[in-house]
Design a binder for this molecule. Structure first.
Ligand code: ZN
Ligand code: ZN
Length: 108
């Protein structure tokens, strides 16, 4: 007689896995809660390597070097610098100290 309680179905490939070989893969849902996926060993290792690969890919675009632009506010004599990458398309600047943008001079 087979005991069905001692196997779980892999949630990825639907193969029956003996309980002692079941791997739980924590999955973060959109709401931030964690749900455990029941996986066989093959799918578990697959998911893990995919996750590691995507982590490496995620890090690549962050390597943009900051281009600092130096500004001087004639209104309050405040000097500051702004990363040109974060400036965006609008290029509308205002002094972080007094909030005015019309008395700024660029001191590149
Ligand atoms: Zn599987
Ligand atoms: Zn200012």
């Amino acid at each position: 007689m087979m005991d069905f309680h001692k196997t779980k179905a892999c949630q990825n490939c639907t193969i029956s896995v003996p309980l002692e070989k079941v791997h739980l893969y924590p999955l973060t849902l959109n709401g931030g809660q964690i749900s455990n996926l029941i996986l066989c060993e093959k799918c578990y290792l697959e998911k893990k390597s995919i996750q590691q690969q995507s982590k490496i890919q995620d890090e690549k675009p962050k390597k943009t070097k900051p281009i600092y632009m130096h500004y001087f506010c004639e209104q309050c004599k405040y000097r500051f610098r702004i990363d040109e990458n974060k400036l965006g398309v609008s290029k509308s600047l205002s002094c972080p100290y007094c909030g005015k943008g019309d008395k700024l001079s660029c001191a590149k």
